[in-house]
Design a protein around this ligand. Structure first.
Ligand code: IVH
Length: 716
């Protein structure tokens, strides 16, 4: 078994020798040091350390958290610096480069691949070669580094030499063990594999994103990438990502001598490996595997774009080595893309609830992989212009014009899109498409805003008409009455469109005066009799008392889906306090913003969306009219008999008796409000070792400071 050298750190106490107390102190110190570097780098543009030195600090910080997970808090995970701009991810240099695979498309390519291996290893035709044949998962490759069995870093592939540090996000995946199972785990183990999202979860996520007015993903791969590259790990945690292990990087002591043995070992360690993986022994079997998986492809619940063949014996892999950036011992046998050529006969602009103008291409109907396709997503304005953003499939520099012959593809087996334009066939009179700058539904101006964080122009053009825009009003009413919001039986999409058309329903509040104002007219409508009308009004009346989280969700604030709404409801408890806080947030009140930021699931994106919503006078008036008609029930009643009920508590420093999440949950269960920042309204600051600025703030405001034991005594 091969032994590889591992890095030795001579300048610092090895993490495994640190006591808990030392680790906590060093963790706090490193956290501060990293935050300082972040500030100098991101805000002041004046870094004082090299990238490599910075990466060392991050690595040690993560390694400490891996050994003492209780030190990990949301604050430490993202290391937020004040109102710093979106921080990028730190870079991690791969100990062993992450390479890619050569492709085979035709069966001859597979014959050649096996022939090359025989010649290289001087094997006779009779000598059998075993291959591990595996599906090629269409996700993102990831390198997970374990030291002494503990996950220390997770890095994306990047350019193959250096990837992005997504450790905090990867820790939220259920398929990624934080600690490797079993005995005799090598001191250094780098496990590599693919992060992916299932097709069903991708569709569900897009549905939720649509409802929340957030970004729509083109395919499961993009949605996995987008979910992973979140600066707030709690967002990644809310996304269903899976991981299949299939390769390795640095390993200090190889636990097996074949690819198939390694895959078994990964399973022992606690990883999922792909169940379709198979050991095969001839070109014929390789090709049969390709055909069989190809037949299964559409029914698998995750996307694959081919199969991979790997020489099973690792000693042979080592002898075969690499040609430039791809191994001689493995190849990807791709599936033909499901593509077709047709004509783009028009472009429709759809307007969504949040005013987003989405272009949909109308096609001369065509069959692609057994499905008739008539519509394609054209994503956004830039995509049509041929300057689409990252990861989008349109051949660069091609603009799309009505009348063009286009090549379409069912990407990820799900949403068809245009991948190329056949320029030779472009009609002479075809003009570049002019994306509307006015809303096609209400005529209001449609604008592209600048993203507050990145300063870049938003990809999406939005109608500024708000409630006066029929499309937005109708889409909002649909959300409002939908199952997870007010859940009004008998008020479905068709009825909403009809009632809006009639002028009876313009905004949510109108639903509750429908009976009083329009009962008679409704009875005259076709299809409505006494019974159905009575049932509808009974269903509406049943919702005059309603849970806070449903109300918040039903407001239709961008990026506020069900989970976020629930977190806001739990955080504020009552409509009044949510409403007051939202108004303050919209005015830029730093304290209110910090409090909202401290809530589970809430970050800058939601805060910005809340600000936009509650800044808008038309929204405020409509909300006002709505709440007059209903009774909003408080979220889970806090226990009022505890000593801390109604008090505001801030936890700071590294807590030793409980994790921060646990502390927060207990406090909230007892009716206290947990805040992220200290103000004169704070009742208690519970400080563990290493508490810094918050302790000083507490002293400044004369807030009671408790040790962990004192806190426990108070709540016992
Ligand atoms: S092995 C040295 N096995 O395909 C080769 N890769 O084109 C290491 N992929 O970057 C990769 N499924 O993201 C391997 N079963 C599998 C795979 C697989 C998907 C991806 C991976 C890699 C890309 C190479």
């Amino acid at each position: 078994m091969a032994k590889k050298s591992t890095q030795v750190r001579t300048d610092k106490t090895p993490i495994e020798l640190l006591t808990r107390k030392q680790a906590a102190a060093e963790h706090a110190r490193l956290g501060q040091e990293i935050a300082g570097h972040d500030k100098r780098y991101y805000q002041l543009d004046a870094p004082t350390v090299s990238d490599a030195e910075y990466d060392e600090l991050r690595k040690r910080y993560n390694a400490i958290e891996a050994r003492f997970p209780e030190l990990r808090t949301l604050e430490s995970l993202s290391l937020k610096v004040g109102a710093a701009p979106a921080r990028g991810f730190a870079k991690i240099k791969h100990a062993v480069p992450m390479l890619s695979l050569d492709n085979a498309f035709a069966e001859e390519d597979v014959v050649d691949f096996v022939g090359r291996i025989r010649r290289f290893l001087r094997l006779s035709e009779e000598e059998p070669i075993a291959f591990s044949a595996e599906p090629k998962i269409d996700g993102l490759s990831m390198s997970l580094r374990y030291e002494n069995g503990e996950l220390v870093t997770a890095a994306t592939r990047g350019d193959g030499q250096e990837g992005e540090d997504v450790t905090a996000n990867i820790r939220t995946l259920k398929d990624v063990p934080h600690k490797l199972k079993g005995r005799n785990i090598p001191q250094v183990t780098e496990v590599r594999g693919e992060v992916y999202m299932t097709k069903a979860d991708f569709l569900k996520l897009n549905e939720r994103q649509k409802e929340a007015g957030a970004q729509i993903f083109a395919n499961p791969r993009n949605s996995a990438a987008g979910s992973l590259r979140q600066k707030d790990p709690s967002i990644t945690a809310s996304r269903p990502l899976g991981f299949f292990a299939y390769a390795w990087g640095e390993i200090s002591d190889m636990p097996a001598d074949t690819q198939s043995g390694m895959i078994k070992w990964f399973e022992h360690c606690g990883f999922k490996t792909n169940p379709l993986t198979k050991l095969v022994r001839s070109v014929e079997e390789l090709i049969a595997f390709h055909r069989k998986i190809g037949e299964q492809r559409a029914s698998l619940d995750y996307d694959i774009d081919g199969v991979v063949y790997k020489v099973d014996r690792i000693d042979w892999q080592e002898r075969l080595g690499f040609v430039s950036r791809t191994p001689r011992w493995a190849i990807a046998h791709k599936f033909p893309a499901e593509q077709a050529t047709t004509t783009l006969i028009g472009i429709d602009i759809q307007v969504g609830r949040t005013g987003a103008l989405t272009p949909v291409g109308k096609l001369e109907p065509v069959g692609v992989g057994g499905v008739i396709v008539q519509n394609v997503t054209l994503h956004n304005e830039d995509y049509i212009k041929g300057i689409g953003g990252d990861g989008e499939p349109l051949r660069e520099g091609r603009d799309i014009r009505i009348g063009d012959t286009v090549i379409i593809q069912r990407a990820g087996d799900v949403i068809p899109q245009v991948v190329d334009v056949v320029l030779d066939k472009r009609p002479k009179n075809a003009k570049p498409y002019k994306f509307p700058t006015e809303c096609p539904v209400c005529g209001s101006e449609a604008v592209r805003e600048h993203d507050a964080e990145t300063g870049r122009l938003d990809a999406v053009r939005r109608c500024t008409g708000g409630f006066i825009c029929k499309a937005q009003a109708v889409e909002h009413l649909k959300l409002f009455a939908s199952r997870r919001a007010f859940d009004i039986d008998g008020l479905g999409e068709k009825q909403i469109e009809l009632f809006h058309e009639k002028g009876w329903l313009k905004e949510p509040a109108d639903i509750f005066s429908l009976e009083r104002k329009h009962r008679k007219e409704l009875l005259e409508e076709e299809g409505y009799g006494e019974t159905s009308v009575r049932n509808l009004f009974a269903a509406i009346d049943a919702r005059r008392e309603i849970a806070l989280d449903r109300v918040i969700y039903a407001l239709g604030i961008r990026h506020v889906g069900e989970t976020t709404a629930l977190s806001l409801a739990r955080g504020y408890g009552s409509w009044q306090s949510f409403h007051d806080a939202a108004l303050k947030v919209a005015k830029g009140d730093a304290e209110a913003i910090a409090d909202m930021d401290a809530l589970d699931q809430i970050g800058d994106t939601v805060i910005e969306a809340v600000t936009d919503y509650f800044k808008e006078k038309r929204n405020l008036a409509a909300v006002e009219r709505l709440v007059k008609q209903i009774k909003v029930l408080d979220a889970e009643k806090p226990k009022t008999d505890s000593k801390v009920a109604g008090k505001t508590v801030v936890f700071t420093g590294s807590l030793e008796k409980f994790t921060r999440d646990e502390a927060k949950a207990t406090a909230e269960r007892l009716g206290a409000k947990v805040s992220g920042s200290v103000s004169k309204k704070t009742d208690y600051v519970v400080a563990g070792p290493g508490a810094g600025s918050k302790l000083a703030e507490a002293q400044k405001h004369g807030v009671t400071v408790l040790s962990e034991d004192e806190w426990l005594a108070l709540i016992s």
